[in-house]
Design a protein around this ligand. Sequence first.
Ligand code: ADP
Ligand code: TRP
Length: 324
Amino acid sequence: MSTRYLSGVQPSGQLHLGNYFGAIRPHILHQDDAFYFIANYHAMTTLHDAAKLRRNTFEAATTYLALGLDPNRAVFFRQSDVPEVTELSWLLSTVTGMGLLERAVSYKEKVERGITPNVGLFYYPVLMAADILAYDADVVPVGTDQVQHLEMTRDMAGYFNNTFCGEGEPPVFKLPKTQLGTPQPVPGLDGAKMSKSYGNHIPIFARGKELKALVMAIKTDSTPLEAPKNPDGDTVFALYSLFATPEKVAALRDKYERGGYGYGHAKLDLLKEIEATFAPAHERLAELERHPDDVEDILRDGARRAREVARAVTERARRACGLV
Ligand code: ADP
Ligand code: TRP
């Protein structure tokens, strides 16, 4: 049996370099026996504008496809086109203690940031567990902030299996493993974790003047141009290391340490790497935007394939808990 990969991305507007290295790129690197979806149900916990949700969902789809997601290999779909996950989340919720959800860091952070929580926001990890368990996923590649949600998923799967699967019976749910896209969060313009909610992000498809202005705005220390610089802990160097080959990264380290090379130079080198990396994707993006119906067909076909799997797993769960 091959290893099945699964992950979701929220359609929360322009995706950025943190999303790219933390989530999208690892997804694109594993496309065989893989399920990737746009988590539009999850987006509804904080977004209540139908036109915007529709637009963001389309944008997330074109972003993935432009960056190399191949719908003939991976199953690529919209979360809400597989409504079985909402049923499965209900079954899981009945064996999940309030205490588990009350410990969710991401929920607490959102409330601290001033979001008035709806029940859906609190319930979010249960829906996420259903997303994962519905497809018998083995490995879930996500960014660092999703690690706790994966732990909770394994807890919920365990509660369900322990409650409803007798001795000697096969478990209903597989326990998935977490895979981190980047060991450290990708830093944003101010050096803190890049995030849309901090306004310190560089959109994947920024280009031209907009991209240059963002790169030039990256915060650096005040070491003068002539002086040697410490690459470790510098945001420009950290971002460059994500884009460039190991040889180029070693060369840049050398320039920092020798001195006579300023942060302005480093920023221009970074800019070149970003532009070269995404140039082909810009062209594919423009093509996809001209053919929205093709994007829709891809998502529908993905949903059809995803639903077959989710139906079978949901049926297994229904039987185990006495609904059938
Ligand atoms: P944001 O913080 O901008 O709202 P999301 O929470 O929607 O981003 O993240 C979507 C995915 O991208 C998640 O898997 C998340 O872990 C990953 N991700 C987001 N920001 C970063 C980052 N700075 N570094 C690494 N991964 C990230
Ligand atoms: N919560 C994830 C995020 O914000 C998105 C997501 C929803 C997801 N369901 C998932 C990720 C299942 C992995 C697996 O990034």
